[in-house]
Design a protein around this ligand. Sequence first.
Ligand code: TTP
Ligand code: MG
Length: 345
Amino acid sequence: MPPPRKIIHIDMDCFYAAIEVRDDPSLKGKPVGVGGSSGRGVLTTANYEARKFGCHSAMPVFMARQLCPEIILTPVRFDVYREASRQVRAIFARYTDLIEPLSLDEAYLDLSHRSESGAALAREIRKAIFTETGLTASAGIAPNKMIAKVASDWNKPDGQLEVRPDEVPSFMRGLRVGKLHGVGKRGRESLTKMGVTTCGDLQKFTKFELADRFGKWGLELYERSRGNDNRPVSNDRTRKSLSKEHTFSENIHDFDWLTDVMRKVLGEVRSSVEAKVEQDIKSRVIKLKFEDFTTTTAEKAGSELDEKAYLDLLKLAWDRGQGKAVRLLGLGVKLATEEDQPELL
Ligand code: TTP
Ligand code: MG
């Protein structure tokens, strides 16, 4: 058996809001939300002072104001966030070439080749981030990506958790299933009906039982609930597409509602594209899965991630459903690969 890997997942604490507070010390200690200063729209994030009132990412501004009347709203400054992200990645690069960014504020690092303990390395990296950018980060250290990501959330903000290889079985047994990637509200509900709240409960079902009940997802649950995840940390530059999906907890009959969710998913795709994509964008794509499980995709050539283009695609796909309700919305881009480059003569 190969030796266990040393994977670190780093996630900056309330990233955009922390940058706003860093750059305007008069905001320190006060509740701050970023974005939506026009009064319409949604918060991109909120600092921990505002979260105490229940404010969070993607929350409509009017709702945030109701929960926390004294919240201070600041405009979004992407250029500054991008610069901070670049600085943080430069710090990562001092430790390893194997860096997989997930968004501007989040990345996996594979530090298996280093002799120091993962926990010590994570502390060192977080300290360098704080010294050089004035921002705090949290880290999860584990033998694989899945557990590292769960662990980075554990002691947030400004904390870390290491799950050593010998601790994996007990960590997984106690972990709530909702913490697993791919288990949302609907998944939790189905599992609760089976008497499952922790991964330990889930482990009592055989592979066959889970596959029988849930198909492919059941097989994934079987592996994930045991903490098995062999995915490599990859800084893959040959990616052909990038997309995000949103599964609704109830089927959607209302086009305006769908449009609101589309805007949110578009925001996520934009930040993912910024973080990960180096190639040109070839086309924009929308996918809808309807209540009867049929799917349709609509695609438009072009590289701009503008709302108008996606709205046109959404309308096109929606009309094809002829009134059917929607259970899943996917939104993304197709990317130019090397085969698409004109041949040099
Ligand atoms: P997150 O890491 O999800 O959140 P966060 O860094 O603000 O807070 P936490 O301490 O819990 O990690 O997202 C990183 C940044 O991405 C966030 O600061 C703002 C942006 N973002 C959006 O613009 N829209 C969203 O819906 C989310 C979730 C994040
Ligand atoms: Mg974060």
